[in-house]
Design a protein around this ligand. Sequence first.
Ligand code: ASN
Length: 309
Amino acid sequence: MMHMQETVLHLKMTKMAHILRVQSAALKAVHDYMYENGVVQSMPVILSPETDPLNHPHFDASIEYYGQKLHLTKSMILHKQLALLNEGFDKIYIMSPNVRLEQGSLGETGRHLFEFTQVDIELKDADKTDFMAFVDGMIASVFSFVKSECADDLKALGRRLRMPELPLKVYESEDLKTQYGDDFERIVSEREKDPFWMLNFKREFYDREDKERSGYYHNYDVFWPEGYGEALSGGEREWEHREILRRMAERKTDVGSYKRYLEVASTGLIPQTVGGGLGIERMVRFLTGQTHVRDVALFPRVPGERIAF
Ligand code: ASN
């Protein structure tokens, strides 16, 4: 529980200044990388009639406004796809605040906040390989800028960061599961020294399934090494109306919650895109070597905890 006194102590922690300086440098590196690569920035949406369904149990976060039900954004996946309807640009990113009212059992994973921000990226007319190369480059620029700009802060935090070797290693999640069993994500994240990719997780209706290889999804996660776990998730997107409906049925997604999105899809307008979102607090937690994401947020929202401010 974060009571008032605890919140004040948390805000006054000496290490917070070092952590926020690392965060500022990391975010500057992200923005510069986007700018240099012609990725345009959009402002986030916070409320929307249609948002990411998420594939795990969580509480509803919606309000009613003039008779319309609006959800707090769980991710801007649908908006990113729609944004790329514009013919004038083919790459977009958003610093997107997400609210996911997770169950309290996730409070101790060290990786979950019920309000967090992700760098959400989407590229048009590109595929998995293009996106992975793009993210490799982004991660390398973040590491290199933070290491050069924040040497004193990292030292004060007792954190040694090594420059990752590119391209980052790529694993098939099926192979790792066969090798390590159900807990493979944790085991491999603990074993690795550099961030790495894991391919093919069965997830949402918006992930594209391989036409020739049933059950294979062109999606991926990036994991932080040293046991820090998931960093980014994304994939090549489904755009075909028929396929979206089939995937929704398979995942028992309520089609009524995606009326307008499905209307666009039915006219064949959903662009062919690929993308993903990188959790900022999780990135800063890894860069600064903190135990829990709560340690890097000034106002942490930890699942199941009451908050004072
Ligand atoms: N941002 C993720 C993506 O682009 C979606 C998510 O966060 N659920 O795939």
